[in-house]
Design a protein. Structure first.
Length: 205
């Protein structure tokens, strides 16, 4: 199914690249939906914090040295494709990009600002765009408006994975390198699954 021309994710992000990419991704997402004729599931209210913690635990089960629990976690992740496609995609991202417990980098890593992390967690859950000034590793500064999709925790520091308006593509941003982080109006919940699918494909997760 193609997104309606008037159903752009936000007023700020109406670039042709995003609209075209979402249309191309719709068919991929359809493969993860329950089979036709399946009984519709009733509404299920899940605490987003507990859900995210559970997904991260599943994703890192292979790194606990317990083959039995790792096998059970892989089976659970496989079932998520039918019951929670969003969660299944997040698990794949966490599995590839989250820090492994035994290999945490203990050097002097600059920590992300707690208030920024709280805002990002909230905007990811609410599917709200954010704007910030960003200083990259080469010292170049830029203004960014993005659709925040997930936070990951590699050894070098917490990163935001997002669709970036400026780059017209998916990008990773160190949270510690953001300044003036602010929520923007809009709601991209209808496009979140398509965006996550594309992000997983790009990361090779």
């Amino acid at each position: 199914m193609r997104p309606r021309p008037d159903a752009a994710p936000t007023a700020h992000l109406t670039r042709r690249s995003l609209a075209g990419w979402l249309a191309a991704s719709a068919a991929v997402i359809g493969l993860a939906r329950p089979a036709a004729g399946a009984a519709p599931a009733g509404p299920l209210v899940v605490d987003p914090v507990l859900r995210d913690a559970a997904l991260r635990g599943l994703a890192l089960a292979d790194h606990r040295g317990d083959a039995v629990s790792a096998r059970a976690a892989r089976a659970a992740m496989a079932r998520l494709a039918d019951t929670d496609p969003d969660g299944a995609l997040l698990c794949r991202l966490y599995r590839k990009l989250d820090v492994r417990p035994a290999s945490y980098w203990h050097d002097d890593v600059i920590e992300a600002v707690t208030e920024d992390l709280e805002r990002l967690h909230g905007t990811i859950t609410a599917c709200r765009p954010v704007h910030f000034r960003y200083t990259d590793l080469s010292g170049q500064c830029s203004e960014r408006t993005v659709l925040p999709l997930a936070l990951v925790h590699p050894p070098q520091g917490v990163k935001l994975l997002a669709w970036c308006e400026k780059a017209e593509d998916f990008r990773q941003f160190f949270v510690r390198s953001m300044q003036g982080l602010a929520t923007r109006p809009g709601d991209f919940s209808a496009d979140r699954l398509a965006l996550l699918t594309g992000l997983v494909e790009k990361e090779g997760a």
